[in-house]
Design a protein around this ligand. Structure first.
Ligand code: HEM
Length: 195
């Protein structure tokens, strides 16, 4: 069990996902995600596991450089960045890098995806860390961040001497995984019955 504050993957406090594993299988097919992607995500695990902090530096640097993004980590009333909140979320984000590269898609994983969606949405944002921040990560930012996250990961995937083909396939697998995950996270943002 992890000792990261607020990381509740696999615990009974995580509600059941409204998306079934069967739905998820179809989502995988829609994004052309297959066994090969699982293999390449797991290949990336050995690379990313030693580079989590460096990857987070890049991603946090990007969010921190854009005031409209940083706003989601800032005080609701004074607009000042909340250092404690940024730091606590960063630890769970680091764990997410490892979880994504493990590519273990069971019910507990699916349920935690829904939880992560709720934590970006007004349903549960701020609750885990007791942060006095804004109510919602706007969906327009959530979805768009898939590109910078995957594009800036690529140099890390290439830095340990893997072939160009392996790097390309790891990168594609990460993109597909992020598309699948952010689609799952979108559930609370989509009108009832329309997901
Ligand atoms: C939380 C990933 C987009 C703001 C998290 C967590 C992860 C994550 C892994 C921690 C989940 C946990 O509690 O275990 C991502 C990924 C994104 C994305 C992969 C896009 C591809 C965004 C965007 C923003 C944002 C665009 C807005 C600037 C936040 C905030 C939290 C959070 C404020 C803390 C939520 C809370 O109060 O619990 N994100 N995120 N995220 N993310 Fe994102």
């Amino acid at each position: 069990m992890s000792n990261i504050p607020g990381y509740t993957h696999g615990t009974s406090s995580v509600p059941r996902s409204p998306v079934s594993l069967t739905d998820f299988e179809q989502m995988k097919a829609s994004v052309l995600f297959g066994e090969e992607d699982v293999k390449y995500l797991r290949m990336s695990h050995d690379i990313v596991k030693g580079r989590v902090e460096a990857i987070l530096d890049v991603w946090y640097g990007f969010v921190g450089s854009q005031p409209h993004l940083l706003a989601s980590f800032s005080g609701k009333t004074d607009g000042k960045p909340l250092g404690d909140y940024l730091g606590l979320v960063r630890r769970r984000f680091g764990q997410w890098i490892l979880d994504t590269s493990r590519a273990q898609y069971d019910q507990a994983w699916l349920d935690y995806q829904h939880e992560i969606g709720l934590r970006h949405h007004r349903a549960k944002k701020n609750k885990t860390d007791g942060a006095p921040s804004t109510d919602l990560v706007p969906f327009r930012d959530l979805f768009a961040l898939i590109f910078p996250v995957t594009f800036t990961l690529r140099p890390f995937l290439a830095e340990q001497g893997h072939s160009a083909e392996d790097v390309e396939k790891m990168s594609a697998a990460w993109l597909k995984s992020c598309l699948l995950q952010v689609t799952l996270w979108a559930h609370p943002y989509v009108k009832d019955g329309d997901f």
